[in-house]
Design a binder for this molecule. Sequence first.
Ligand code: FRU
Length: 491
Amino acid sequence: MEWTREERYRLLDDVDEQELIELKRRVDDSPYRLHYHIQPPIGLLNDPNGFAYYNGEYHLFYQWFPLGPVHGLKHWYHLTSTDLVQWEENGVGIAPTHYYDSHGAFSGTAMEHDNKLYLMYTGNTRDQEWNRTSYQAVAVMEAGEITKSDHPVISELPPGYTSHFRDPKLWKEGGMFYALIGAQRTNQTGCVLLYQSSDLQTWDFVGEVNVQEELKSFGFMWECPDYLKVDGEHVFMFCPQGLEADGMHYQNLYQSGYMLIDQIDVDQPALYSSTFYEFDRGFDFYAPQTTTDEFGNKVLIGWMGLPEIEYPSDQGGWAHCMTIPRELRIECGKLKQMPVTAITKRRQTSRHVTDDLLNEQQSYDGFSGVSYELDCNLRATTAKRMGILVRTGVGEQTKLIFDLETNLFTLDRSSAGKPFAIDYGTTRSCSLKGSSIDLRVFVDTSSIEVFLNGGEEVFTARIFPDQKSDGIVFFTEGGEAKLEASFYRYH
Ligand code: FRU
């Protein structure tokens, strides 16, 4: 169904209560609702926003269009948690009620200051001719109340840039506050701009962050920048839009990745790096955001979805979810990502198995379900290929295959269930050396997240199998392998 502009930009306050009740009923009937991932109560979820540990609690917001599975008038939906695993829903945190965010309270980040949580975000507006103007705004949370200001904190766009100017990332350094904002040069290339402030309210433009030649035309827009320090290394993250697919890389509609850089010199901002790494090698991952947890670890959460793609859940009146939050480490010059430790609180019953896989398919008692964690090590003795099939059922399976001849690991969702986004291919792969592989696989009703070899690579995907497709099958081809596996049902 095509949604008109009027339908996409209706104010929630103008919507009849009964309409929301009916939509909620439709959503609750959807067979794809998840068990342990953050999902919208109704409508569409996209980017994580304002992720912070503040006053003894984690706060997370997300981009939310309440009225259906499409991108329309965006709100910030607010969640809180004490452990990053169990989340409480607090409803709308920021509504697009002012002239400077009339067409959406777009993405942004949070910063604690003077015992308050400052939320800096982009106010998206359109005029009669649908021309865009982007403002940067600040809302302040204190004692559970979020107050918006009457006016934006940045209204003027510096010359040389288009109105694609959004997603401020805040940080503090040497007593000053800084914001990196995603932007597009008038020659239609992506970049980031740096601003500074002493009080988070008055902002001065420092300049465009300088980059080396290859990055000067690296996509047409850089969305959702982030900048953080992990294990002593500086990391710059962003979402370049418009990169061409390149072999196993950049296969999704838009990319999300990071570079290890020198600390950004705030007087002469620049980032120089040789390698852009994709955060996730799967199909559905975008716009991640990070925070520091109560123990000092860096934690990332991402949107398990991409824009401009129809998902089978749309029919049920909702779309998308968040990834499991991931703890970040740097090892050997690369980021490693593992699910936050507390996720194991979800474990209910468990099963363990140690076995020799003899060129065959093998399943085990109790290893089945639609909501679980499966941890295993597969070690080839003579096998040429080995792997796991999950969510197996009549004509359905999601395949995880390690090919020892080509040194490729592949996630294949070609027969995972309801097909979607097939124009972007049905397999994703990465190179993997050695004859042994460690996998932590997290399956939920309509999602899969695979962490390889201690988080060296991650594959995230939505899948839409039948509820009855709950089998797990281990296999080898062309020889034998040793298997050790633990299965934990999740609630
Ligand atoms: C990324 C993004 C952001 C923007 C938000 C709007 O997915 O396009 O750049 O702020 O979504 O919902």
